[in-house]
Design a protein around this ligand. Structure first.
Ligand code: NAP
Length: 523
């Protein structure tokens, strides 16, 4: 074991089949509870062009030679290997991410669960290398002329750039889709929390699961990797919209026509319908509370805007305040702690600045932005912030609530008149999101919400009393359903079962002798 611990504190990248240490400009990885430096990372000196060529020329052909079933088996082995080190990885996530054990498991089990879901999909797609897209096309009234659309792996590299909040799930979900599609991966996790990402990659490499060149990792800055890409390559980015703008505008990507998928910010909403049954209200409260506190609110899918009918505003404010009051904030190593610190000093400062802006147009319902007293932590240490519930009874006048994503434990309660029409108008003010959840026992209300907001979202989560006990909540991204969203959310699409492979596949129309084409595509 090479060991990503405090002992070996210079993290290495895995490129051109070797572990390589950067030689300059080291970034520091901190323990956000104690603020001590636990590791350093740098990619300075790494030959990005060589790294990409190794992936394209060694990893790509090896993956393309495998069937979907064989690639799926590799994903299953990756999943099992990472799962086998779960305890060690939980410790690293606590140390480097400020995760509670529960937060860490959410990330790690999300990673292994998604890898396994795509392993199953590989088995289902079976003993083939090409996907046929749609039905055969008859091109000439009874003649032998016909057409097919096929989807084949793009002969480039899938460059994955991840956000800090899900160091395991973030890279694994992208890698699952690309590898199953037959594309080699060069993954670049966010530097600040890269300990877990680096160790998971190391586990997979050490276990010799994948063919050479199928998986590489840059641990540290992206350097000039984007300047080396060509048209068969793909960039899948997750992170803030400002970084997304920079990446999208990279001249090299524009010139070469590189496919870029963006998963960015989102002001996800939860809508409580006026008719909701007690069981539905209860799960609504549970989900909102979980989204404010889980991973200290650092989830792209977390509920930021809570819409309730005017008549329910005070009751919901009280119930959520009570739940937040019972949430112990502190050292994530402690068993009774439910919320740890934010991941970095920058996140803490951005959170405080964001809350100050939100407060210009909202009232404080629960929490004091200036006060947090974390359990088991030395005075003043750590990147801790309080959990906050803000409120605005005049929902559309609080424009900042619909424009500014504050990435931490903060959400805003908003009143609406009880109609799906007004709830939709308020939700749409977020200008495109990953997910909105609707808690209703009135089918007409739910249907009107779908009509009102579907085109603004990648996913709508509909909850009623009949499924209240079993649902995972809107914050859990499922491999079988689409993840992404239009507008502010980046206009990207990931996952969604077999749909998740499309980003990494090229579609070609085949036109010719229909029976011969049928034989080629296996139809
Ligand atoms: P970020 O600051 O935008 O960084 C994201 C990634 O981009 C990091 O790996 C970062 O590397 C890299 N990066 C920064 N500048 C770059 C450049 N010029 N070229 C290439 N790569 C570059 O975001 P973050 O703070 O890690 O994450 C928080 C944000 O992510 C939030 O806004 C959240 O909403 C969003 N997010 C969205 C989703 C989603 O699925 N939609 C999921 C999770 C998070 P370094 O770390 O080395 O700087």
């Amino acid at each position: 074991m090479l060991g990503y611990t405090v002992i070996v504190n210079k993290l290495r990248s895995y490129v051109y089949g070797e572990w390589v240490q950067g030689d300059d400009r080291f970034a520091e990885l901190k323990n956000p509870t104690t603020e001590t430096t636990i590791a350093q990372a740098s990619t300075a000196g790494i030959d990005m062009d060589r790294a990409l060529r190794h992936s394209r020329e060694v990893g790509g052909p090896a993956l393309r030679a495998l069937t979907f079933a064989e690639r799926g088996a590799l994903l299953a082995a990756m999943s099992r290997t990472i799962h086998g080190a779960r305890e060690e990885l939980i410790e690293l996530a606590i140390e480097n991410g400020g995760n509670t054990r529960g937060d860490a498991k959410f990330d790690l089990d999300g990673a292994t669960g998604t890898l396994m879901a795509y392993a199953d999909l590989g088995a289902e797609l079976g003993d083939r290398r090409t996907l046929v897209d749609g039905d055969p096309v008859d091109l000439g009234g009874g003649s032998r002329l016909g057409g097919y659309h096929i989807r084949i792996p793009r002969p480039g590299v899938a460059v994955h750039i991840g956000a800090f909040n899900f160091p395991a799930w973030g890279w694994a979900e992208k890698a699952a889709c690309a590898l199953l599609a037959g594309m080699p991966v060069l993954t670049k996790p966010a530097t600040a929390t890269s300990l877990v990402a680096a160790r998971t990659v190391e586990l997979v490499v050490e276990a010799k699961i994948l063919p050479q060149g199928a998986l590489s990792a840059l641990v540290g800055s992206a350097g000039d990797v984007l300047q080396q890409l060509s048209f068969h390559d793909v960039v899948a980015f997750t992170g803030g919209s400002a970084t997304a703008r920079t990446i999208r505008g990279t001249e090299r990507l524009l010139d070469a026509g590189v496919r870029v998928n963006v998963e960015a910010d989102s002001l996800n909403a939860a809508v409580l319908a006026p008719d909701a049954d007690d069981a539905t209200v209860d799960v609504f409260l549970r989900h909102v509370h979980r989204d404010i506190t889980q991973k200290a609110g650092q989830k792209c899918t977390a509920i930021r805007r809570i819409l309730v009918p005017e008549a329910a505003y005070d009751r919901v404010a009280e119930a959520l305040s009570e739940r937040l009051g019972d949430t112990v904030i502190g050292d994530p190593k402690l068993a009774d702690v439910r919320m740890g610190p934010l991941a970095t000093a920058r996140q803490r400062d951005d959170f405080n600045a964001g809350v100050a802006k939100l407060r210009e147009q909202t009232d404080i319902i629960y929490g004091d932005p200036a006060t947090v007293t974390p359990t088991g932590v030395d005075d003043g240490r750590g990147y801790f912030v309080p959990a906050l519930l803000l409120g605005a009874k005049s929902a559309l006048d609080a424009s900042v609530v619909h424009e500014l994503e504050v990435f931490g434990p903060c959400a805003t309660l908003l009143a609406y008149d009880g109609s799906a029409d007004q709830a939709s108008t308020i939700v749409r003010a977020g200008q495109g999101g990953l997910v909105t959840s609707v808690y209703s026992d009135d089918r007409k209300f739910s249907a009107a919400m779908i009509d009102g907001i579907a085109a603004w979202h990648g996913r709508i989560f509909l909850c009623d009393k009949k499924i209240a006990e079993k649902v995972p909540g809107p914050g859990t991204v499922l491999p079988s359903l689409l993840h992404g969203g239009p507008g502010r959310a980046g206009n990207g699409e990931e996952l969604g079962g077999v749909r998740g492979l499309e980003l990494y596949q090229h579609r070609t129309a085949l036109q010719g002798n229909a029976p011969l084409l049928a034989r080629y595509v296996g139809g």
